[in-house]
Design a protein around this ligand. Sequence first.
Ligand SMILES: Cc1cc2nc3c(=O)[nH]c(=O)nc-3n(C[C@H](O)[C@H](O)[C@H](O)COP(=O)(O)OP(=O)(O)OC[C@H]3O[C@@H](n4cnc5c(N)ncnc54)[C@H](O)[C@@H]3O)c2cc1C
Ligand code: SF4
Length: 551
Amino acid sequence: MPAILPSRHQTPLPLDRLILQQQPSAEAIEMDVLIVGAGPAGLACAIELTRLASRDLHAGESTPDLNIAVLEKAESLGEHSLSGAVVNPRAFRELFPEVGLADFPFRQPVTAEAVYLLSEHRAQRIPTPPTMHNQNFFTASLCEIVRWLGERAEAAGVNTFTGFPVGALLADGDAVRGVRTTPSGLDREGKPGSSYAEPTDVTARVTVLAEGTRGLLSQAYREWQQIGSANPQLYALGVKEVWETRKPLDRVVHTLGWPLPRDAFGGSFMYPLGPTQIALGLVVGLDYHDASLDVHELLQRMKLHPLFRQYLEGGQLLEWGAKTIPEGGYYSVPARHHGKGVLMVGDAAGFVDVPSLKGIHYAMQSGIYAARAAYKELRSGDGSAAALADYDRMVNESYLMEDLYRTRNMRLAFRDGFVVGGIKAGLMTLTGGRFPGKQIPMNGDAAVARNTGNGQSPAVSGPLTISKLDAVFKSGNATRDTIPSHLLVGPDVTPEVADFYSHLCPAGVYERVGDQLRVNPPNCIDCKATDVLGPRWTPREGGSGPKYRMM
Ligand SMILES: Cc1cc2nc3c(=O)[nH]c(=O)nc-3n(C[C@H](O)[C@H](O)[C@H](O)COP(=O)(O)OP(=O)(O)OC[C@H]3O[C@@H](n4cnc5c(N)ncnc54)[C@H](O)[C@@H]3O)c2cc1C
Ligand code: SF4
């Protein structure tokens, strides 16, 4: 059977649509700082800006009257937020020194943890690798964190515009001057319908790209400005469920091994969210080799394992969702994170440490640094890239890059499969990251060939499992059925490629019908997996996509 090379079937980034060398419209809204994305990175940035202004005001200095806007594609704050999550509270403490630990939006402290190596019927407990220790951390729902941060940002005077996806950057030469949002009310053919609303232009002295994983504007900005990285960014797809349970879970659980094939990188998590709720999920690196691998299906299979089943039986699935994670680490971070009028923060810049599965506090910390650089630029800068370069210095000298450096090759070691990768990662841990010393070079996920013809394992069904279609319903997705497609399908989609996409997408957006690919855009829950390996994702009408409450 022929192998599939995903990159051969992808369209290039539509740079002409994403970077507009145009004057803003006459009705453009003017801001000082404009933040794209109300995740932990964007909201921490907004809050730190207000803190800096109020600090100076109290010190009797004349401060600029700051206009800060956060533009978010979800209809309400947190509805597009999904994480594990075990949270390191470090950045919370820095941003809210006056708030006690008990008042942060966490569910419970981590009191115990266990790591298991799974086979189909057994779970062998193994020592917790040092990178996976979670003492002094807290379990949480990212949706709740985002709502809490959003309330604080709004109370401090930040304008949060939800239901406003940004579709393009407005450029003036090589400087970013603002953004243009997507229109809404288009019909299936992309023509204005009866509820059509035009795009809005928003301009700002500084635009902060806080769009999260596989950020489209950050990709476009980097390609336009040719900002490379030592390795391309690598991604994993995480599919997650929140359950109401009868049996309480008393510890944070991680597993390795089954149900993943040996040549795939990943593992599962199961976290207590109070006495009667748990979060569980499966995360798989998108450089897997088998074209029929299906993360949603693997999670359904995994739930039937005795380790998980004992908690789920008699319980109820409350919510389902999926999202990608940038997991390339240190060598995939862009060579610079700033440019003229622009800063990149959080997942959009790849600040995730995968060996510890942590990104939330790094996202917030980078948002805090971005705020400090932006504030300095507003007070004294000249709009040049140099004025914002302080952001790179702060990030590079911080614990953020130090942490990523320590685990720099761990994810990359698994390029050679689970066993060799496990041994290498162990040696890296023992030597504090010094083994093997130099960078392990990687190909981008789309450049990894996929084997076809392995045959797909039959889908599991029955109690505790859920089909992709029902799962999309459980994500709260209420996208209009008549929306035009926001997915750009590339060339030469063979029947095998159509099959590959249908397994890849956790939300059943792609189907092989006969020898053709059928696309159901309204099902999309913005996980971005096919943006990495298949049809490109672009922002669509505001409020489309999932409506997560507990993810
Ligand atoms: C399955 C999974 C498990 C994880 N587990 C953990 C964990 O246990 N602990 C931990 O610390 N981290 C964990 N992470 C990582 C962590 O969730 C991320 O690192 C973190 O959320 C990044 O924050 P962010 O603000 O950069 O991006 P996000 O949280 O992704 O926020 C970005 C926001 O931007 C919005 N947006 C995107 N594009 C546009 C646009 N064009 N216009 C307007 N808005 C836009 C999105 O809707 C979103 O609200 C996990 C991630 C996943 C997927
Ligand atoms: S089509 Fe949407 S839901 Fe499916 S993989 Fe792509 S981004 Fe995720």
